[in-house]
Design a protein around this ligand. Structure first.
Ligand code: BGC
Length: 749
């Protein structure tokens, strides 16, 4: 380490020290980290040469065609399998997707699993503890089903609302997404299994996902997507990082010296292993760039990290050293998370009912009440006649598709293929989970006369709406891994349907089941809009509970709902208008590269972009209504500590989210979320909320470290990113520091 770096590190620790009060605690098992390193080293010493390329690559244990070899007997149908080393007591890695539960693998798995709501629904709860509980639940199911690696922890920031995978992730803000990802991972790994954090990094779109080059400055990357990963890793301590399909500044992410060797391993001191995404390894050379394990090798152009790695290690000391380091890292993760001490399958029976309750709680806290005119909601159980229209509300709730797709017992309630031919055609299927909003509403309002219409014929829906006291339109927007959306409209003429129904009945309520934000040209004609996202295995019950007031809505948007495409940093998702949709993301010809210029918005994603461009959202980041009212006291600030008192002044128990924003530095506007806290309050109740601001959220990344200019920093609380309280100015001294190595005591929420 150079003198300069030692100095920086010393300064960092000194700077972090004052923050080591109530808000900073050491990771739960600091001792485990040291033990795991020592044990990994000991096992590595006992490994024979031929054993050193066993853990370094794995297959997709699926029947991938007539001539493909059958997966080994101890593999389970799932995303990945890496054989173990029984002689050394090293277990095989049995890997399954993903962040929302144990994946269904296109119906190859016949056992159902509990489906959490989408990532955006989880993030809308702004509830660290609940997200951790969700992680513990799905991790427990993975374990009970025989898996010991869950390919979860999706934390790519929403740079474009048309990205087909936004539903899997946790929104647009590095603090919120990173913190929640960390808690999800911590919950998952509490089962003695490994979780990934993925997809490292800047995997911002699905179009051309294997050849799009995310171009971004170092500072913008460090202040946005990389910060989300780093926060998630500090809290969650994931055993593995999954690198991404895309390129970053010209390098393939899974062969990026800058991302893997420099940022992750050198700067952050990460001890775990980097696994590739499936079919993301360009060649053997990726080993030298920092990739530790080749996953799903049938999807790559060759098996690079088996015999070829062994041969290279024979002749080239650099490969030999890397091969040892790969094993050391994989072993570290296995020991750190106790995979050898607690075999997969030892998770006991699955508490199907209890787990469904967890999924329902997440859905209830994740549903966002976007609009509610004249107290239209909650509905009275005594409503006489309600027309329920569209969205297969009589059948189930929509889910997002791709590798993260989960299905409960019995599989989907309904599958609607989008057609096409070829091996991936069945991937392109919209499926509905077995939780029925209409039935759940009937259960809560047995006296009400519900009339359902599927919404295919507008005149029919209008006739029903006219004859009813209230009309509820269920509108859906399906999205999937592998494809982006062309725009933000509701597909299949649903906008026209809603508009016609709302003209026919002034009490029209819209329930949205969408992957991300949509435009609402009919908004002014409706009385209420509820964003239910993809609400998971108990979504129907959660929606009914919110509509009829059993649940007081408390979700807040973790993303911006733009007022139009013209507010976005780019007119179309890069490549969308020139390429044929291709789920695989492979380039149409060998060396094609497509550029996505993330320097346009830089680290100012979502609400930060809107603040910079003076744009008003359709619904801003942080927005969410309640059936009660809350007030927030004047903000008190003392350096990087802040406090407010939140009170429930309405007539129902409820919950809200206290949000703290940086508004400007030295007169230069620049908005950032710097603190949040979900608060549950009985009616009439109040609570003091303390924030301990992570200084990285006040800093810029410059010249290899974090840097806070001296001067005046202005803060404000916000009901959302656009509705801010009285600003408070604070003088701050100049500071400069670098991140401490992962595993050191860190600031925790
Ligand atoms: C996805 C990953 C997933 C992997 C294994 C890839 O296509 O990008 O998120 O974990 O497949 O199924």
């Amino acid at each position: 380490m150079t003198h300069h770096r030692v100095m920086l590190l010393a300064t960092t620790l000194a700077i972090l020290a004052p923050f080591a009060g109530t808000g900073a605690i050491a990771r739960d098992r600091p001792q485990a980290g040291r033990d795991a390193s020592a044990r990994a080293e000991a096992t590595l010493r006992r490994m024979r040469g031929d054993e050193k390329t066993v853990l370094t690559h794995g297959i997709m244990p699926l029947p991938l065609g007539e001539n493909a070899p059958a997966p080994p007997a101890d593999a389970i149908a799932g995303a990945g399998y890496v054989p173990g080393l029984p002689r050394l007591g090293v277990p095989a890695l049995r890997e399954t997707d993903a962040s929302l539960g144990v994946a269904y693998v296109f119906g190859l798995r016949k056992d159902g699993a509990t489906a959490l709501p989408s990532g955006l629904a989880m993030a809308s709860s702004w509830n660290d503890a609940l997200v951790e509980q969700g992680g513990r639940m799905i991790g427990g199911e993975a374990k009970a089903k025989g898996f010991n690696v869950l390919l979860a922890g999706g934390v790519n920031l929403m740079r474009d609302p048309r990205n087909g995978r936004n539903f899997e992730y946790l929104g647009e803000d590095p603090l919120l997404a990173g913190t929640l990802a960390g808690h999800a991972i911590r919950g998952i790994q509490s089962n003695n299994i490994i979780s990934t954090i993925k997809h490292f990094a800047l995997n911002g779109q699905e179009t051309a996902r294997k050849f799009v080059d995310s171009t971004i400055s170092e500072s913008a990357a460090r202040e946005s997507d990389l910060l989300a990963f780093r926060i998630g890793m500090e809290i969650g301590n994931p055993g593995s990082v999954m690198c991404a399909y895309n390129r970053v500044n010209g390098e393939q992410a899974c062969a990026s010296d800058r991302l893997l060797n420099r940022v992750l391993k050198r700067d952050w001191g990460y001890k775990g292993f980097v696994m590739s995404d499936w079919g993301a390894v360009p060649g053997l050379n990726a080993a030298l760039k920092g990739l530790d394990q080749q996953s799903g090798e049938q999807l790559d152009t060759g098996v690079f990290f088996g015999d070829r790695l062994a041969a290279a290690a024979q002749s080239d000391p650099a490969y030999a050293a890397r091969r040892d380091d790969m094993n050391r890292r994989i072993l570290w993760a296995i020991y750190e998370h106790g995979l050898d001490r607690s075999p997969a399958g030892a998770g006991g029976a699955i508490d199907v009912q209890g787990n469904a309750d967890v999924a329902q709680r997440v859905a209830e806290q994740g549903i966002v009440l976007l609009r509610n005119q004249h107290g239209a909601l909650p509905l009275a159980a005594s409503s006489r006649r309600i027309a329920v229209i569209g969205g297969y509300a009589d059948t189930g709730v929509l889910s997002g598709a791709g590798s993260s797709q989960v299905q409960g017992q019995g599989g989907p309630a309904l599958s609607i293929p989008l057609g096409g031919t070829g091996p991936w055609a069945s991937f392109i299927t919209q499926s509905y989970q077995r939780s029925v909003p209409l039935a759940a509403m009937k259960a809560l309002a047995p006296q009400t006369d519900f009339r359902f219409r599927d919404g295919r014929y507008i005149a029919d829906a209008v006739a029903q709406a006219k004859a009813a006291d209230v009309a509820i339109v269920f509108a859906t927007q399906w999205s999937t891994e592998g494809l982006d959306q062309p725009d933000l409209s509701l597909p299949n003429g649903q906008d026209a349907l809603i508009d016609a129904v709302a003209r026919a009945n002034p009490n029209t309520i819209v329930v949205l089941e969408t992957g991300g934000p949509v435009l609402m040209p009919w908004l002014d004609r409706t009385v209420a809009v509820v964003e239910a996202w993809y609400p998971g295995g108990r979504g129907g019950e959660a929606i009914a509970s919110v509509l009829f007031g059993r649940t007081n809505p408390s979700g807040h948007l973790p993303i911006t709902f733009p007022a139009g495409i013209n507010q976005l940093p780019r007119r179309v998702v890069d490549g969308f208008d020139v390429l044929e949709p291709d789920f695989t993301g492979n380039p149409p010809h060998g060396d094609m590269v497509l550029k996505a210029d993330y320097n346009i918005e830089g680290s100012d994603i979502g609400y930060r972009w809107n603040a910079r461009q003076h744009l008003k959202a359709l619904f801003p980041f942080g927005h969410g209504l309640s059936y009660t009212r809350f007030t927030t006291s004047a903000l008190q600030m003392n350096g990087t500590r802040a406090s407010v008192t939140v009170a429930n002044t309405g007539d129902r128990d409820g919950a809200t989210v206290a949000q703290l924003y940086l508004v400007s530095r030295n007169g230069k506007p620049g908005q950032r979320l710097v603190g949040y806290q979900r608060v549950d309050l009985a009616r009439g109740g109040s609570q003091r909320v303390d924030f301990d601001i992570d200084p990285r959220l006040l800093a810029d990344w410059a010249d290899g470290g974090w840097s806070m200019p001296a001067g005046t920093y202005v803060f404000a609380t916000g009901e959302d990113a656009e509705t801010l309280g009285m600003p408070v100015s604070v003088r701050m001294a100049a500071r400069r520091w670098i991140d401490a190595p992962l595993g050191q005591p860190v600031r925790q929420r």
